[in-house]
Structure formats: C-alpha cells, structure tokens
Design a binder for this molecule. Structure first.
Ligand SMILES: NC(=O)c1ccc[n+]([C@@H]2O[C@H](COP(=O)([O-])OP(=O)(O)OC[C@H]3O[C@@H](n4cnc5c(N)ncnc54)[C@H](OP(=O)(O)O)[C@@H]3O)[C@@H](O)[C@H]2O)c1
Length: 281
C-alpha cells in the first residue's frame, strides 16, 4: 500500500510512520519545510504525482489559545486544506483520511459522546476541526474522518501535549493540582494509528469514526495512575476546572466512544503499554 502522510513529525504522524514501517507500506512523508499545508498548489501536485492509495492529513494547529487568537491562521491550517486534499484525492482515486477531535463537542454530556451526538464546538479550534470534517465528508466519497480524544505517545517533534507536560512534572517531582471534574478518554496514539489501518485494510464503510481507548476518566484520576506508575513523589492534589481560569472556553467532558467499531483496549492498559515502550526507548 502506498501512503502519503502530511504532518509526520507530530504525535499521530509519528505513530503512523511506525505502523507503516512495521507493515512495510510505501510511505511518502514530506516534512513541514517541504510542504506547507496552506499551499493549495503543492497539495494538488503532491497527490496527483504520487496517486497514493491513501492520503492522511495529520497536520494541525492544536493550541486552544493560539487558535482563538488567530482564527484566520487556524482555519487556513486546520480547515481549508481538507477541501484541497479531499478534491485532489477524488481526482486521484485515493482514500482521504482527515483527523478531528473530541473538541467538536460542547462538553456538557455526562456519558461519552458517540458519532451520533450532535457537535457544538465552543471555541475556534473545535469549529475549525468540525468544518474540516464537513469538507472531508462532502468533497470526496472515499473518506475516513477520525475523531480522537486526548492522545499520548512518542513524537518526533518537540511539541508538548497535556500528557507530555504532566509526565515532565512527575519526573521532576513538581507538585500538581489537577481538575477532578474534567473527563476524557486518554488514548495511546499507537493504538489510534493501528485502528486507522484496520479500517482501511478491512474496507470498513467510509465515514466518521470515533477512535479512543475504552473508558472515561477524570484528569485527576488519570494523573494519579500516571504518578503511581512513574513512582513519582510529586504532591498531587485535587482541583476543579473552575480553579483554572482560561481565556478561551473549553469543553469540560470530552470523553468519546464509538458506536461504529468494537471497543479498543482500556485506556489504563494502553497507558501501561506506552510507559513500557517509553522506558525501552
Ligand atoms: N494530540 C491530541 O491530543 C489530539 C487530540 C484530538 C485530536 N487530535 C488531532 O490529531 C491530528 C494530529 O495531531 P497531533 O497531536 O499529531 O499534532 P502535532 O503533534 O501538533 O503535529 C502537527 C503536525 O503538523 C505539522 N504542521 C503544523 N503546521 C503545518 C503547516 N502549516 N504545514 C505543514 N505541516 C504543518 C507539524 O510539523 P512540525 O513538527 O514541523 O511543527 C506536525 O508534523 C490533528 O488533526 C489534531 O487535531 C489530536
């Protein structure tokens, strides 16, 4: 299988590279300096030249506050390229894979969101990703749109997600206060990448899928598990989301589950697997 991956140095991109290497798939993964996703002509030429079996868009501007501060830039990176890639894939006969996020929901639901729940983004990041979903779903027939929850895993770039930041503090034995009313479904990026290839290889119906390890957990309980596994002596205390005022509105409960694929392994098992992989790095 020939795969064109854009955004390979990021968290999900790194996991996809690893899966492709294991499967000996032909992988074309131009770096950020070679391909700027805002450049429509470059995207069109790339897809037309390689005619891959699948094009995977793993590029994103992910920071909630930067996205809110720079809406035009956010839509230029997170949204419009999905349209150019979808149309290019349609012409080349390639499958188009677009990633999205649990942040398309408003975070008011006590139980995990399924693919059948109505999105209602509360900030620019969520809105930009929801628009990218619509473009992918409507501008090419052969598409997979995958929504992820908060991810953890190895990455080639130096960006820091929530779990990277917590890990660093636990390793430094820095005190931590974490909200116990913020719910999520932390997911191992390696599991998410494997699930993507299962969809493609088993020719699952095209459409929208939630991809997440099983279970729902508060940020506090997740961090407590991480602290225990890391044998960190950081002082960990409980807080409430309202204790951490943020200039940008964020959804509170962004746990997700799939109605369309079978359950993935529980998040706690996936976390243990990540820590074992990380220890062996
Ligand atoms: N991480 C999460 O917890 C999470 C949760 C839900 C959904 N998602 C979604 O999953 C997907 C992948 O996210 P991620 O966490 O892997 O992101 P990431 O680690 O921040 O990686 C983003 C990638 O995009 C590249 N990039 C940024 N701007 C670019 C541009 N203008 N042109 C070309 N490449 C550019 C980056 O290159 P450099 O390394 O050179 O900067 C990097 O390879 C995104 O769609 C995101 O919305 C992620």
């Amino acid at each position: 299988m020939k795969i064109l991956l854009i955004g390979a140095s990021g968290l999900v991109g790194t996991a996809i590279e690893h899966v492709c290497a294991g499967k000996k798939y032909e992988l074309i993964s131009p770096g950020h300096t070679e391909v700027d996703i805002r450049n429509k002509n470059v995207l069109e030429e790339l897809v037309a030249m390689h005619r891959p079996d699948a094009v995977i868009n793993s590029v994103a501007m992910v920071g909630i506050d930067p996205c809110e501060d720079q809406p035009a830039e956010t839509f230029a990176i997170n949204t419009t390229p999905a349209m150019h890639l979808a149309k290019s894939c349609s012409r080349a006969g390639s499958i188009f894979v677009q990633f999205s996020t649990h942040a398309v929901f408003d975070g008011l639901k006590d139980t995990p969101y399924t693919e059948d729940d109505a999105p209602n983004p509360v900030n620019i990041y969520g809105a930009s990703k929801l628009m990218s979903e619509y473009l992918a779903l409507n501008m090419t027939e052969r598409h997979y749109v995958l929504r992820f929850s908060t991810l953890f895993g190895k990455r080639r770039n130096n960006a820091m997600g929530f779990v990277d930041k917590v890990l660093k503090k636990l390793e430094d034995n820095t005190p931590l206060r974490i909200a116990d009313d913020r719910m999520d479904t932390p997911t191992y990026a390696a599991d998410a990448a494997r699930e993507l290839f299962k969809l493609i290889e088993s020719e699952k119906p095209f459409g929208l899928y939630h991809i997440a390890n099983a279970g729902s957990v508060s940020y506090y309980d997740f961090t407590a598990r991480l602290k225990d596994r890391m044998k960190s002596s950081s002082d960990l205390s409980r807080g409430k989301d309202s204790d951490f005022p943020s200039k940008t509105k964020k959804p509170l409960k962004t746990h997700i589950i799939s109605n369309r694929i079978g359950p993935m392994r529980p998040w706690a098992d996936a976390l243990d697997a990540f820590l074992a992989d990380r220890a062996g790095r």
